[in-house]
Design a binder for this molecule. Structure first.
Ligand code: ATP
Ligand code: MG
Length: 420
């Protein structure tokens, strides 16, 4: 092989498709930024123990999917497989929760790594935008996050997504349910691995995708019947707030996150155009996580939306994002003196905040005009020897085709005026 290729399960973002990724990150984070969420950035790796505790020893993420490494200094690290544990760790470390301003609302955007079997919509390196609201138990906060994700997807033009909603109970009622479920599951005809899961993480068994397992689960005890009054009231309030906001959702009692610190509200965004990798995002309340990683009691809620799958969802719905051209003015010099003059104008435009580009490499008029067209620039500046002898450059409006001559010293100001 003569050239390198991107590692298995990864892909590069290159223009023009990369612009869509940027726009998706922007669209997902915009509603958060407008709602009091501050930006947080954490390292791409953490001590492996943080994820073992903060994601859970019994999850696929920790047991199968984590990229772990030992540094030359002997530290055990892991490439981050998800964002919540790191963000909470960072918030605790910076004492954000002690600033007397709860909830601490944070948003993030970045790369995540999971050693998975690569397939459409499932990669080993992927990108998420996430939000966490730390330190407050309030159904309006759960509703806020779901409403903001809904708003983000809608602002992108997505329509074929659905919101699945459930409540997992709390530390009062869930243990009772867990035991009832275990008793039920132990009598079923299941393989060894699933039997082990009954003991460690029984709620996850409900999530099993296999038809022969699902068939046996029809009469499984339902969490809904075990919710305590406080959890019921909380969940009803979340539902009422979503309904009042006009956000449609489906109650899905099979939706589980089987870890002890996930509590009450849990939700997932699914898209119907993505085949089996249908989850575009998910989240929920994690009232016990802070204590799991050594912090105080800090009831919190959050979500993470997958950028890669959101882009696939846009493509599945044939949504074309309205991406403005990145270049407003394109300069085409013909000859040495014109190069110097137009390069000067381009620099002046850029300093004035006008996006401008230049035909580099001394190309001929035809090729350079092709580049000008491709750039999407509204205006071109063309100058040859004769123009300069007359003390002008040619300013062409690429939309109307109209052309006018302006002195080089006035070109930037004239363009600034026309571009508003
Ligand atoms: P799945 O059930 O598809 O494995 P998950 O429950 O592991 O998803 P989360 O950990 O909740 O996913 O992550 C939130 C979002 O991140 C997902 O809804 C998805 O859009 C995205 N995501 C997760 N894993 C991958 C991956 N391997 N490749 C691409 N996107 C991913
Ligand atoms: Mg997964």
């Amino acid at each position: 092989m003569s050239t390198f290729q991107a590692p298995k399960g990864t892909y590069d973002l290159t223009p023009p498709r990369s612009a869509t990724f940027l726009a998706v990150r922007e669209a997902i984070s915009a509603p958060l930024r407008d709602s009091g969420y501050g930006y947080i950035e954490t390292p791409g790796f953490e001590n492996v123990e943080l994820f073992a505790r903060g994601v859970g020893e019994s999850t696929d993420i920790v047991t199968k999917e984590m990229y772990t490494l030992t540094t030359k200094g002997g530290d055990q690290l892991a490439l981050r497989p998800e964002g919540t544990a790191s963000v909470l760790r960072a918030a605790l470390e910076a004492n954000l929760h002690k600033a007397g301003n709860l909830p601490v609302k944070l948003w993030y955007s970045g790369s995540y790594y999971r050693y998975e079997r690569p397939q459409a919509g499932r990669y080993r390196h992927f990108s998420q935008v996430g939000a966490e609201a730390i330190g407050t138990e309030d159904p309006a906060l759960d509703a806020e996050l779901i409403i903001l994700a809904d708003q983000a997807y809608r602002s992108l033009g997505l329509r074929r997504f659905r919101i699945l909603l459930n409540s997992l109970g709390d530390k009062e009622c869930r243990p009772v349910y867990r035991e009832a479920l275990q008793t039920f599951l132990r009598d079923l005809d299941l393989d060894e691995e699933t039997r082990r899961r009954i003991e460690i993480n029984p709620l996850r068994v409900l999530d099993d995708k296999r038809a022969d397992v699902q068939k046996q689960l029809t009469d499984a005890p339902k969490l809904r019947d075990y919710l305590c009054d406080a959890c019921k009231a909380y969940h009803e309030e979340v539902r009422a707030l979503l309904t009042a906001a006009g956000v449609a959702f489906e109650d899905d009692e099979k939706l589980v996150r089987g870890l002890d610190y996930y509590t009450r509200t849990t939700f997932e965004f699914v898209h119907d155009g993505l085949g089996s990798q249908s989850a575009v995002g998910g989240g929920g309340r994690y009232d016990g996580l802070s204590e799991m990683i050594g912090g105080p009691e800090l009831p919190s809620v959050g979500w993470a939306l997958g950028v890669d799958r959101t882009v696939l969802a846009l493509e599945a719905e044939s949504v074309e994002l309205d991406l403005p051209a990145t270049t407003s003015v394109y300069a085409v010099p013909l000859g040495e003196e014109a190069r110097r003059v137009l390069f000067g104008v381009v620099t002046e435009l850029r300093r004035a905040g006008i996006a401008a580009d230049f035909a580099f490499g001394g190309r001929g008029l035809k090729g350079a005009m092709k580049s000008a067209n491709r750039s999407g620039a509204r205006y071109t500046l063309v100058a040859g020897e004769r123009d300069l002898a007359e003390g002008v450059v040619q300013l062409k409006d690429m939309e109307s085709g109209e052309q006018s001559a302006v002195p080089p010293a006035e070109a930037a100001a004239e363009l600034a005026k026309r571009l508003g």
